[in-house]
Design a protein around this ligand. Sequence first.
Ligand SMILES: Cc1ncc(COP(=O)(O)O)c(C=O)c1O
Length: 439
Amino acid sequence: MSPSPSNEASENVASGPSPLPWHLLPDNASVGPNGRLSIGGCDVLDLAAEFGTPLFVYDEDHLRSRCRDAVEAFGAHATYATKAFLCQAMAKLAAEEGMGLDVASGGELHVCLAAGVSPDRLVFHGNNKSLTELRMARDAKVGRIVVDSFDELDRLEALHLEDGLVPSILLRITPGVKAETHEYIATGQDDSKFGFTVSTGVAKQAVDRAVEMPGVELKGLHAHIGSQVFRIDSFAAAVKVLGQFANPLGLPELVVGGGLGVAYVEGEESASIAQWARAIRQSVAEANIEAAIGIEPGRAIAAGAAVTLYTVGTIKQLPGIRTYVSVDGGMSDNPRPVLYGSGYEAFLPRAVTANRTFEARIVGKHCESGDLLVRQAKLPQDVAVGDILATPVTGAYGHSMGSNYNKILRPPVVFCRDGNARVVVRRETLDDLLTTDLG
Ligand SMILES: Cc1ncc(COP(=O)(O)O)c(C=O)c1O
């Protein structure tokens, strides 16, 4: 698999007319005789009419199939990173398919517990877990706490003195491998807020301390080099460092994190979960690692499973400059373009295979010039006000990173399967905006 360049921080540059590349759509996408797109057997224009826009439409079987791929490769040591996309239905789905779930805050923990996920299948992360969060995780008896700092070890020790509980932990290790991705989501380099650094000797000090501490049971190590990483050799480099560090310790578990990149735009190619798993297995064998290996994918499970539907409200032609197509969502449902300069494609579900010959910038409805969804999009020539417009590959870090900026109501999420659409997150209401506002 030849690596594709990460589209983080690269602009989405239109490269001549073409239809939407089909592989950017969910597994169970199809075109009806009328040229209209269906996902999971549901006509997406009907979904827009029924549930309104903006709307996240997920192909449920796509999610299930990616979870199964991960479990097939790493069994019970395959963990879904819920930060990519979380609601109770998603937590249940990942657990039903045999995955553990990684949570990175008390909030994510709360949602997973509310969904009925067995606590021993939960892995609790975070570089600055509060005492309250650590209490929650310990009281719930989560399977693993991934400890990120000496201060956290202090907190765990103090809590142990209070109640005598001994949680099982992994130590987050920084291998000193800089993944090729946007700097905001690269986490394996030495200069990082995450983990204990190998090269400075701090990781060894952390292991020594954890082994001595009565308040924790050290089960193994954890590393995560970053997100949206296309280069498989970056993972291999991390495994090599981890092997050198971990092998003499003889700990039973080693989690190599998530981070597998996905294709967002035309021309990008990504490895499948199975290919990624094979490469990890190979580097694990080369590094003579005997510990049980775990992975923690988020994006690779959820990103490609969804499209977001919007309604075109305004088309503004600036002669000699560009055309702005404004839709009814924006940075509040997909902040990635604003945060990382991420690229996306766009298309019209009423004509999903149509050639896209019209260039425009697709922007949201927020009060910021930076509120753009696709910097340089291609659309069919006849795009018009009132059209339903879609962006594919929005299943990860869209809904989960969304906000209420401008008091925009968060969109609903529907799971589609075998022709049935199930609302798993309803649209926010105006009254929801006031639930925490005491007036
Ligand atoms: C510790 C950890 N594990 C797993 C992930 C999931 O990464 P991805 O969604 O790129 O697979 C992240 C993402 O930031 C992470 O911080």
